[in-house]
Structures are given as structure tokens and as C-alpha cells.
Ligand binder design. Structure first.
Ligand code: SF4
Length: 706
């Protein structure tokens, strides 16, 4: 039975917690009423005023999030080959299959895939489980598909990857913001308040996007590049900034290295050449540079639109080079930031579920890092595996000769969210063992040998790190339904069944606590001294201070809202310019596939839609995928709104209902990725540094159906 949001009086004081969805992690109060006989429990959600990111606002995803906590949408019993099973039957089966597969194929015969929505505690324990119990190197997570290019570019420029290295409220005081490839009006609407406040204070908003999105409509200047050409645009903006005297030579000399090489490398990117490649008029580029160059305080932000490419790291680097030349990073009220997408996209990439990483943002091939983490875990550093495959490479290797034969998957739905998704589904089907922990029967869970029903969000405690690098506390508002276990309980149960790496080694029940607070305290020790140092952050502090910014090395430390004010996190404290050059997309248009496809989100749905597509109020807004095209293109194809078109790429085909919109380029079509379809088409070509697939541009053709 659906939830009542207008609800009888709650029986319990509301829990001050945070939204289950995006990286803004809006604060909300969740109150749960008692179930009436024969009916469901009720959940009431109200926004919190004390959380700066949303300050009393929520989007419709947040307002309706309580529906997931009620009703018949949830899994409440383990499934073994599609049939209900007891927890012992399911877990015993999983442990026995893991043992058999690893005996035959070695430790890497079993892989782990995590998610950017998992709490810090879950992400940490998942990484520990993979390395310490399975001893597999084969672990990565869906955050690789989210902001890995921005992370890689920030690490090489600043020595640290913290999405926004300043509080979000700083935006209101900026004189100019350049937002490259982000659409917050649809993805995280309360974010727009900060941009609106900036504009009310006299600041200017510049948006680059191939579509005139809801966010671009609010901009003072919208640059509309051809998909796949953002890197050329950033090079052209830097060329102009230098040519027109906006480079901050004193800042460059004092705080950076490598400017001369970048200055030389952009010399050939004169504006007319950039216009030819990007389609952005020279006059608009000049105006953008004048706005940024004349601002006292300016911020450059990147989003998935410029990051999810096979050259995403270089594109973000080009925008960071522009920010550095203008003297922005590390200046109060100015800077560069990446707008992280997934709920714990920031924390999820810090504590060890990435293929090359140990907790605290440590590198797994760094002997000192291995020594430190092994000591916290009570094992020999030599027992820690090395780096493994990145997310798409891991999915692509499943079931192949030399690839993993089993996969444990937590909080992810790659059948919808991975590029070339039809191929990924085939690889998942080829496995000898697929285990999925999820709260609903997602498209990926439907393929699993074993499905483990897990608790979610307001049913358990844990910490999340939002897009500002602010560590937040999710409080439990109500117990999980009968029959459901937390991911921490699942990991402990498997660890106990599988045992440790050496006989007589750590007691697995103690090594894998089911208490989030105990796991967090261990995470603090494991992260101590790392780049993402949480050692001084406690649940009590988070509650008292409405979040604590990392790095925070000890409990007396105030946290670090603006980490780059005095120095960058590089060995010499200086930021690094890195020369980069434009290259075309991995797959350009041609006669056979004459249109660009770009993908993105809609306001009412989140990521793969596993949660939001089960919420009636959100489906009432939009409940099917669509193909958005320009009126000229629609006329050429004789396609009218509401008709169905087939969209075909070299990797697959799908169908979508036509939406005609003059706000998109005539050479480009758009599909949302919340439904099966868009990612059947996308190109899995990978960025050489971040291993990010090229989600945002591929070549397609359209055919009328019937
Ligand atoms: Fe806030 Fe994002 Fe949740 Fe919307 S989805 S309420 S923007 S955290």
C-alpha cells in the first residue's frame, strides 16, 4: 500500500538525517508512524533548515523518498535462483560457491562491485572484505562512471581530489561562475539557490552545454558546443584569457608550476579555430572570458557533461588550467570545483572500494600505505592484493578466460548504468556466481543467482561525505522491515563463513563489526595520515557541528572547509599546470550514423532509476524514456511528438518516444539514462587516465518505427 505523506501523527521524534539520493545530501527530518493493522507504516519528510546545502529546500525526489521505506516495493527475503530462501541457506550457498571458484581460479576468480551511494562505513568495509577476506584485487565501483575524470584531473593539478574545495555557500559571493557541463536545475535543484543568490548579488552565470537546459536558461551566457568538443572550448578560453591580459602573473608565479608549457600549448587555439570545432561563436567566447577575467571572485565548476568522455581528464585539466591562469584556486571566494553526482560520490571514492586505492585516499601500490592499512586490519601487508581492473574493464572481463567467474555486487545496477549495457548484461549472465545486495529487485538483481535484501538509508546509521567534502551523519529513523539485513551484517556473515587469510588470524566477527559507529572509528584510524584524513571526525562532532570537513587529523582540529588557501596538497605546495590537447570523440558522426547522442538526467529520476522508478509520484511526472530532437531534425524525419523512434548505434538499438525541443542542437539527440535503452547505445571507450567511459557522446542514426 502506498505511503501517506500527509500522515497521522508520528509516534517518534523525527530523525534529523539526509536525503538518500544525490551528492547535495539535503538535510531532512524523517518521522515514522506506527503501522496500523493491515496497513503500512507512514513516513513524513520535512526539509531541514540547518544544513547549508539545502537550507530548507528539497527537490521532488527528496520529498517523495519516504515511499521507498514503505509499501510492497521492497525485497524482504533472500532469493536463491529466484526462489525465497532463508538467510543461512543463501549465505551458506554464497560462501561455498566463493570457496569453490577461488579454489579453481585463484583469489581474483571472485570480484566485488560497489556503489557511490554506499555510506562511508559500507564502502570501507566492502574494500576491507575484498582485500582481507577474498584477497581479490578485482574490486571497483560505479563511481568510476561518475566523477573519476574530475578526480584524476584534481589529483594531478592540486594533489587532492575534493569535489568543492570550499563550502557551497561561498558561491553566493562570487562575481562569476562558469558551469561546464552541469544541469543542477534538474539534477539537484536546491543547488540552484546558491547560483541564484550569486546572480542576485550582481554576479554572472555562464553555462556550457549542448542543450539549453533548465540550468542554461538561468544563465547570463550560454555556450552551446558540439558534443565532444568541450576540451577545444576550454583551450580557446584560456588562449583568449592570456591574449587579453587576464592571466594573473603574480599568482601564477607564487602558487603554480608549469604555466609556460601550457601558455605555449594553447597558442595555436585561436578563437576562430575553436569556433570551427565547437560551433561556439568567437563573440560568446570573448564575452565569457571578459566576465571571468574581470571578476574579483570567480568559480569554475565542471559536471558530468564535460567529464564523462574518453578525454574527460584532459578536459577537466583544461578548465583547471584556465582557473589557475586566472588565479582562482585557493583564493577566498574563488576556485575550481567538481559537482559530484552520487549521494556519497565523494566519500565512496576515498575509502577503498576503488581498484587502486586503500582507505584515506591512499594508493594501493604505495608500500607505506599498505603497511599502515595492514596494521589497522591486523594482517601482513604482503597479504594485501595489488591494483585491479577499473569498473568497465572489470565488467567486460566477467566470465571470460582469465576474468572473474563470480561477482558480489552492492548498491549498483550496471545493467542500466554501464556503457554498452547489453554487452555488460551478457557478461553478468555468463558468470558462475552473481550475488546482488539491494533493497529492490533491480534489473541487475533479476539476473542474480542470489539476491540479498538489504536495509537502506533511513533504516540504518552511517556517514556520507557530500559534494563539499563535508562529512554528514545519516541517522536511523525506523527499523528495516522484518527479513532485511544491513550490508554490514551481510559482510560480517560472509566474512565469518569464509574465514581470514591465515589460520589463527583476526577473528572475523570482530574484524567486521555490524555497528556503523565502530566501523567508522576503524575507518578513522585507517584514514589517519592519508589525503582524506578522517581521524578527528566523530559521530558526536558531526551531529554537533552539522558536518565536519576533511581533512581533519585530530579531534581538536576544526576541519578544513577550504584546503588550498595556503598551499596545495602537492609535495611543494604549488598547483600544477598540465598541457593537454584536443582530440575528437572516440566515435564521430559519419554517413551511417550521422547524429550525436548525448545522455543525461531528468528532474524526477535518479541514476539507474532502481529507486525512483518505483515511486508513483515520480512516475506521474515521467515514466518512460524519450528521444529529444530539434524541430528541424524532427521535420526531416517526419517525426511528431509522441511517436516512437528507433535509435541505433554500433553497439545496440532502443526505442524512445519523440520529444521535440528547439533547445537542443540540430545535430544532436538526447536520451535520459534512467531507463534501459540509452546505455545500450553508449560507447565504452575509456579515458586513459581515469578509465571513465565515453557516456556523453556517440554516433547514432534514427529510424521511424513501423
Ligand atoms: Fe536534495 Fe539531491 Fe535529494 Fe533532491 S535528490 S532532495 S537535490 S539531495
Amino acid at each position: 500500500m502506498p505511503i501517506s505523506l500527509s500522515a497521522p501523527a508520528p509516534v517518534k521524534a523525527p530523525a534529523a538525517t539526509h536525503c538518500p539520493y544525490c551528492a547535495l545530501q539535503c538535510g531532512m527530518n524523517v518521522a515514522a508512524g506506527a503501522p496500523e493493522e493491515g496497513a503500512d507504516r507512514t513516513v513524513t519528510i520535512t526539509p531541514r533548515e540547518d544544513v547549508p546545502a539545502n537550507a530548507g529546500g528539497l527537490c521532488q525526489k527528496g520529498w517523495t523518498a519516504g515511499e521507498l521505506l514503505t509499501g510492497g516495493r521492497r525485497l524482504t527475503t533472500p532469493l536463491l535462483h529466484g526462489e525465497p530462501a532463508s538467510w543461512d541457506e543463501a549465505l551458506d550457498f554464497v560462501a561455498a560457491r566463493i570457496r569453490a571458484l577461488q579454489a579453481e581460479h585463484g583469489p581474483d576468480g571472485v570480484a566485488v562491485f560497489g556503489g557511490g551511494g554506499l555510506t562511508n562505513e559500507k564502502a570501507y568495509l566492502l574494500g576491507k572484505f575484498a582485500r582481507m577476506v577474498l584477497r581479490t584485487s578485482q574490486i571497483d565501483y560505479n563511481g568510476r562512471f561518475c566523477m573519476s575524470s574530475a578526480a584524476a584531473a584534481s589529483n594531478r593539478a592540486f594533489g587532492m581530489d575534493r569535489g568543492l574545495p570550499f563550502p557551497i555557500t561561498d558561491l553566493a559571493a562570487a562575481d562569476a561562475v562558469l558551469l561546464a557541463g552541469g544541469n543542477m536545475a534538474e539534477t539537484m535543484p536546491p543547488f540552484v539557490r546558491h547560483l541564484a543568490a550569486m546572480r542576485q548579488n550582481g554576479g554572472s552565470l555562464i553555462v556550457t552545454d549542448p542543450r539549453l537546459t533548465a540550468t542554461a536558461r538561468q544563465a547570463d551566457l550560454h555556450l552551446q558546443p558540439t558534443p565532444g568538443t568541450d576540451l577545444a572550448l576550454a583551450l580557446g578560453l584560456l588562449h583568449l584569457a592570456i591574449a587579453e591580459g587576464h592571466a594573473d602573473e603574480a599568482y601564477v608565479a607564487e602558487r603554480t608550476n608549469g604555466f609556460d608549457a601550457v601558455r605555449t600549448s594553447v597558442a595555436a587555439w585561436w578563437p576562430e579555430r575553436v569556433e570551427r570545432i565547437t560551433g561556439v561563436p568567437v563573440s560568446q567566447m570573448r564575452r565569457a572570458v571578459a566576465i571571468l577575467g574581470n571578476a574579483r571572485r570567480a568559480v569554475i565548476l565542471t559536471g558530468r557533461g564535460v567529464e564523462q568522455h574518453a578525454k574527460g581528464t584532459d578536459t577537466v585539466t583544461a578548465f583547471i588550467n584556465l582557473a589557475l591562469a586566472l588565479g582562482l584556486p585557493g583564493r577566498p571566494g574563488s576556485g575550481y570545483g567538481c559537482v559530484t553526482g552520487q549521494g556519497n560520490g565523494q566519500g565512496g571514492r576515498e575509502h577503498g572500494q576503488k581498484a587502486d586505492q586503500l582507505p584515506g585516499y591512499r594508493k594501493i601500490d604505495d608500500p607505506a600505505a599498505r603497511e599502515h592499512v595492514a596494521r589497522v586490519w591486523g594482517i601482513d601487508p604482503d597479504d594485501l592484493p595489488g591494483p585491479g581492473r577499473s569498473a568497465y574493464e572489470l565488467l567486460d572481463a566477467l566470465g571470460t578466460a582469465g576474468g572473474p567467474r563470480g561477482l558480489l555486487l552492492f548498491g549498483s545496477n550496471p545493467v542500466i548504468s554501464a556503457p554498452r549495457a547489453g554487452h555488460v548484461a551478457e557478461r553478468l549472465r555468463s558468470l558462475d556466481l552473481l550475488v546482488v545486495s539491494d533493497l529492490v529487485l533491480s534489473e541487475t538483481a533479476a539476473l542474480a543467482d542470489v539476491v540479498l535484501p538489504s536495509a537502506q538509508w533511513a533504516e540504518e546509521e552511517g556517514t556520507m561525505t557530500n559534494l563539499e567534502g563535508r562529512v554528514l551523519l545519516r541517522r536511523r529513523a525506523l527499523p528495516p522491515p522484518a527479513g532485511v539485513r544491513t550490508d554490514l551484517e551481510i559482510l560480517q556473515a560472509l566474512a565469518v563463513r569464509l574465514g581470514g587469510p591465515v589460520p589463527g588470524g583476526p577473528d572475523m566477527a570482530r574484524a567486521f563489526s555490524t555497528e556503523p559507529r565502530e566501523v567508522f572509528d576503524e575507518l578513522r584510524r585507517a584514514s589517519a595520515g592519508g589525503v582524506a584524513d578522517y581521524a578527528g571526525i566523530t559521530y558526536e562532532r558531526i551531529a554537533a557541528e552539522t558536518g565536519v570537513f576533511w581533512p581533519c587529523p585530530d579531534t581538536g582540529h576544526p576541519g578544513t572547509p577550504r584546503p588550498f588557501l595556503d598551499r596545495f596538497a602537492t609535495p611543494d605546495g604549488r598547483a600544477r599546470f598540465v598541457p593537454v590537447d584536443h582530440r575528437p570523440p572516440g566515435e564521430d558522426v559519419d554517413e551511417e550514423y550521422p547524429l550525436y547522442l548525448t545522455t543525461g538526467r531528468v528532474l524526477a529520476h535518479y541514476q539507474s532509476g532502481a529507486q525512483t522508478r518505483r515511486i508513483d509520484a515520480l512516475n506521474a511526472v515521467v515514466d518512460e524514456t524519450f528521444v529529444e530532437l530539434h524541430p528541424d531534425l524532427a521535420e526531416r524525419l517526419e517525426a511528431a511528438p509522441g511517436q516512437t523512434l528507433r535509435v541505433i548505434s554500433r553497439r545496440g538499438e532502443t526505442e524512445g518516444v519523440v520529444r521535440v525541443n528547439p533547445a537542443i542542437r540540430a545535430d544532436t539527440v538526447f536520451m535520459p539514462f534512467h531507463w534501459a535503452g540509452a546505455n545500450l547505445l553508449t560507447n565504452p571507450e575509456l579515458d586513459p587516465v581515469s578509465r571513465m567511459p565515453e557516456f556523453k557522446v556517440c554516433a547514432v542514426r534514427l529510424e521511424r518505427v513501423g
